[in-house]
Design a protein around this ligand. Structure first.
Ligand SMILES: Nc1ncnc2c1ncn2[C@@H]1O[C@H](COP(=O)(O)OP(=O)(O)OP(=O)(O)O)[C@@H](O)[C@H]1O
Ligand SMILES: [Mg+2]
Length: 975
């Protein structure tokens, strides 16, 4: 207890979190429990991993049965304790022999055709027991050479030959048979017993009768096998076991690989790291979990083997077998750990597993043939071959199989594991050597897995340098500098820095000056949680091979140097169009990706230092833009896991979980798996995860996306209530949300801060007054002939009216409405203006008139539009405008365009059109429509090459005149 107390860090609010070893063990426990839950929820995979060996052992059993069936006519597999003598059979008909061709002969005889020999052969034919051999079935040759020549030319046409020679009164004989034993469908034909002995007995019987002159001389010969027990030629497990048991192990391999890659792919591991997970706890827990599974699976494997009564399993020592299967399976898991660092998609896990199996299967086949575990191969070759676990495993099974190849073999005892078995006395690997190899290669895979995990880019493309482990700061716990990209060298120096900082907006500029001064003076404002000091993030370009060509992408400046403070007890709202750099800013602040330059101090800790990030994470909560959740875990389990990772004492986790579930209205769904949650429920769970453990800084990246209005308002309440005692950074695309929640709002666009201040300040500054939407469309929506022209006239009338009365130009124009923003300074003129407008409503053809206060949305649109204009100017971007069949290249943002070569008497300044712009889904300005051509009131540009005028799309004073920033000219292309 005393130890626990000392390892608790006290937070400002008096609560505690565990640090050091207790935190490590707590994380391990929580991750172990998570692995257990995931395995339990994915029961099918777990059962496969544990019990697949039963199926494969059964298959080996079937192989053994079939091999026995194939040898059923031999007594090899039977105990033959009382062999009964059998009388020698008759000479068989040649047609009964295996693979004998038609027109065959029962035997050939060789010798001179003397009366005695002719009579002898006749007697052999006629006295053949049970069957007289037809004369046509016997062939004669005078000499052995002739017979051999015939046999050579006519293979498989005769089963044996008898050679006779008269030597005085005696007759000598010789026998020739094909000595190859053949088999067919489980029956064996041994030429010794089938042909040779019957011919021999027949020849001797008839010679004896002939020589003795006693035609009825009895000549009985019988033969009998030795008594013997069943003999196994080789252990089936030793022969086919390697491939089958490798297949069984591949289930665990693929499942483990898929688990690791899924956690990486779905950013679950990243999320856990962001919440403070210690890397070693992650690996150790997976290892411990796998040790448990492999232990059970190896135990079952040996028991299944014993159940099927294999001598292999019954005679070899249990410990020897268990240890072998345990180490081999663990080795494959180590290999899966290492392979997982190369694989980025979980769907590839099966393919990788299949590939490893095929390679393993083939190398095992080679191993079973004796390569290279024999003295005639070099030790170096054996060492290289043994690096691949299936090879050592095959060698081990082969070795153990040999030691139990007959039922009498005693197998290998535990005490004999360092000796060669008596059947392989000149072995090059004892069981101890095999264990040594398996243990060594397991550590090799595990160490390589951790090394590759560090030096290969993670899901955000971040990695450590190749020799990070040589850096003293790594071992001192200060961490090492992180890099991006896949190469071993750090090439980020070649990336050009973003353009020099320019602060168009005085607020942004004065905020930057303040933060810079604070930095220079080393002053840490006690009211500020985060000092963002010139944060720059440049994503490095990449080179990819697409087909035969190298495709290079340029480095991209996602954040171009932000300077701002985030205050304590406040909510800082970061707004911006898609791709503005909001998530990138948050990722830099959370230490998920390294900054390219600049820094941020979060409660005094620098995000550039690894130890700083570790400290920051202890007091940080993150709700990522996209939900990072385990489908199979419930909300309660998620909160428990992340609470444990943060080092909260279990009592706090329990209370915190219940409170948060209540706050985010997930009490009922708290025990339901997150996979079945709706999008809004998942977001709420993500918000709860970000808030667990009362973090002092919380990053919420679009937390309310996908929520219904009721829940959204509820989450707003939670966020509002959570402001106290912490700083919250929130990004959102809901201006209403920013307006309600944000104490300070900053709008980013294209990586730069464009404005900063309270919502009211921004609205006053950029919205600056009242919003008037005027529609001149026919109310009935009828499009009669000439209506478009009449509508255009009405539009011009309205615009002229606003211009004359209030000196205003439209800020936006679309088909339905013309939008004007009336600045506050004109407030006094408004009553008169609106009265006049009301009177002239019919005259101007106004069908609808809406008046409102400018919203944050207006500010947002203005800022994002300005950002795109600026960007278009910087890039020199043109859009194509088609007028009367002529395609004109117009600089983005130009409002009036003169039609080239259109000077006439009625239009001395040429004809022009007005161009109306709108933003597309990524905020880029596109031509919405253009007016009918009309005579230009003045020469649009003194430069004869320029035919356009670009005036500001907005009336705000802080925006630069696009005419200053849009150089270029109309480029005409004919259609
Ligand atoms: N890993 C990456 N490599 C290269 N470019 C990236 C990477 N991640 C983001 N970017 C680019 O950086 C820019 C900023 O992206 P970011 O995700 O920060 O935008 P955002 O403001 O969060 O947008 P949204 O509102 O859509 O979430 C985008 O143009 C994006 O394409
Ligand atoms: Mg984002």
């Amino acid at each position: 207890m005393a130890e626990e107390e000392s390892s608790l860090a006290t937070k400002s609010d008096g609560s505690h979190t565990k640090t050091g070893w207790p935190n490590f063990t707590q994380q391990c426990k929580a991750l172990f429990y998570k692995n257990f839950l995931l395995s339990r929820r994915n029961l099918r995979a777990t059962v496969l991993q544990l019990g697949s060996s039963l199926f494969f052992i059964f298959l080996i059993f079937c192989v053994e049965l079939s091999s026995k069936a194939l040898q059923r006519s031999t007594t090899n597999y039977k105990n033959l304790f009382n062999p009964t003598p059998a009388s020698v059979p008759a000479i068989p008909a040649c047609e009964n022999g295996f693979y004998i061709k038609p027109d065959c002969y029962d035997f050939i005889w060789i010798g001179a055709q003397t009366p005695r020999l002719l009579s002898l052969v006749d007697n052999i034919r006629n006295n053949n027991p049970n069957r007289v051999i037809n004369e046509a079935k016997v062939k004669h040759f005078a000499t052995a050479q002739e017979s051999d020549q015939w046999l050579l030319e006519n293979p498989m046409r005769c089963t044996g030959t008898l050679y006779f020679e008269e030597r005085g009164t005696t007759i000598a004989y010789g026998i020739q048979t094909n000595s190859t034993a053949t088999g067919d469908h489980g029956r064996f034909e041994d030429p010794n017993f089938t042909y040779q002995i019957p011919l021999q007995v027949a020849a001797e019987r008839e010679i004896a009768r002939l020589v003795s002159g006693d035609a009825s001389l009895q000549w009985n010969v019988a033969f009998s096998q030795f008594a013997h027990p069943a003999i196994n030629a080789a252990s089936v497990v030793g022969r086919v076991g390697p491939a089958f048991l490798l297949a069984a192990t591949m289930f665990g391999f693929v499942i483990q690989l898929s688990n690791l890659v899924t956690e990486k792919e779905l950013r679950l591991r990243q999320m856990m790291s962001t919440m403070g997970l210690i890397d070693s706890a992650y690996w150790i827990t997976w290892l411990l979990w796998e040790v448990v599974l492999v232990f059970i699976s190896s135990l079952l494997l040996v028991l299944f083997g014993m159940m099927f009564q294999f001598d292999f399993f019954l005679h070899n020592n249990f410990g020897i077998l268990f240890f072998l299967f345990f180490l081999f399976q663990l080795n494959m898991i180590g290999l899966a750990f290492m392979v997982s660092t190369f694989v980025s998609k979980s769907t590839s896990a099966t393919n990788v597993g299949f590939f490893v199996f095929i390679i393993g299967f083939l190398t095992q086949l080679v191993t079973i043939f004796g390569f290279p575990y024999d003295k005639k191969f070099s030790q170096a070759l054996r060492s290289v071959w043994s690096l691949f676990p299936p090879n050592v495993f095959a060698a081990a099974l082969n070795y153990l199989g040999l030691a139990t190849s007959t039922a009498q073999d005693p197998g290998i005892k535990w005490k004999d594991r360092s000796k060669c078995s008596y059947r392989s006395e000149d072995c090059v690997l004892t069981m101890n050597d095999i264990y040594g190899w398996l243990i060594a290669t397991f550590f090799l895979w595990f160490v390589l897995a951790i090394y590759f995990d560090n030096v290969f880019p993670d899901v955000n493309g971040v990695r450590k340098p190749c020799f990070y482990f040589l850096s003293p700061s790594y071992w001192l716990g200060k961490g090492v500098k992180l890099f991006e990209g896949g190469r071993c060298c750090n090439c980020s120096g070649s990336v050009p820095p973003p353009e020099a900082e320019e602060y168009d907006d005085p607020d942004v500029s004065s905020e930057a000056t303040l933060v810079k001064e604070q930095k220079e003076n080393g002053y840490k404002d006690p009211n500020v949680a985060v000092h963002v000091q010139g944060l720059v993030k440049t994503y490095p370009g990449s080179h990819k091979c697409v087909g035969c060509r190298m495709k290079a992408t340029k480095p991209y400046h996602a954040v171009k140097g932000s300077w701002f403070n985030i205050e304590k007890d406040k909510l800082f709202c970061l707004l911006g169009p898609n791709g503005a750099g909001k998530t990138t800013t948050i990722n830099c602040l959370t230490g998920t990706i390294p900054t390219s330059s600049g820094d941020a101090l979060v409660y005094g800790e620098s995000i550039r230092s690894t130890s700083g990030v570790t400290n920051i994470r202890k007091n940080m909560g993150v709700c990522p833009q996209f939900d990072v959740l385990w489908e199979a875990l419930t909300a309660r389990e998620h909160l428990h896991l992340f609470g444990s990772i943060k080092g909260l004492p279990s009592s706090e986790i329990k209370i915190g979980t219940s409170q948060l579930l209540e706050q985010v209205k997930l009490v009922e769904a708290g025990n339901v798996r997150a996979g079945s949650y709706s999008g809004g429920m998942k977001r709420r769970l993500s918000v709860a995860i970000a808030l667990i453990g009362d973090p002092k800084i919380v990053y919420l990246d679009e937390p309310t996306t996908g929520m219904d209005p009721v829940t959204r308002r509820h989450v707003w309440d939670i966020i509002e209530a959570s402001k106290k005692g912490r700083a919250i950074v929130l990004t959102t695309h809901s201006m209403e949300e920013a307006d309600i929640l944000g104490d300070r709002v900053a709008i980013m666009a294209r990586g730069k801060l464009r404005c900063i201040g309270t919502p009211i300040h921004l609205k006053t500054k950029f919205g600056a007054g009242y919003l008037v939407n005027v529609s001149v469309r026919r109310e009935d929506g009828m499009q009669q002939p000439g209506e478009a022209a009449r509508e255009e006239v009405r539009r011009t009338g309205v615009k002229n009216f606003f211009n004359e009365q209030l000196e205003l130009v439209p800020t936006d124009e679309n088909k339905a409405y013309i939008t004007f923003i009336i600045p506050r300074e004109k407030e006094a003129q408004l009553p008169g203006f609106f009265k006049l407008l009301e009177d002239k409503k019919a005259e101007l053809g106004i069908s609808d008139l809406q008046l409102g206060l400018t919203t944050l949305e207006e500010v947002f649109l203005t800022i994002s539009r300005q950002a795109d204009l600026e960007n278009a100017a910087a890039e020199g971007r043109f859009e194509t405008l088609t007028v009367n069949g002529q395609a004109l290249q117009v600089p983005v943002g130009a409002q009036q365009v003169r039609i080239p070569d259109s000077v006439s008497d009625s239009a001395p300044n040429g004809m022009m059109v007005e161009v109306f712009w709108q933003q597309d889904d990524v905020g880029a300005l596109k031509i919405a429509r253009h007016s009918e051509p009309k005579p230009a009131a003045e020469v649009l540009d003194s430069d004869p090459g320029q035919h356009w005028r670009s005036t500001s799309l907005h009336s705000q004073r802080s925006l630069r005149e696009p005419s200053n920033i849009l150089p270029g000219s109309v480029q005409m292309t004919s259609r």
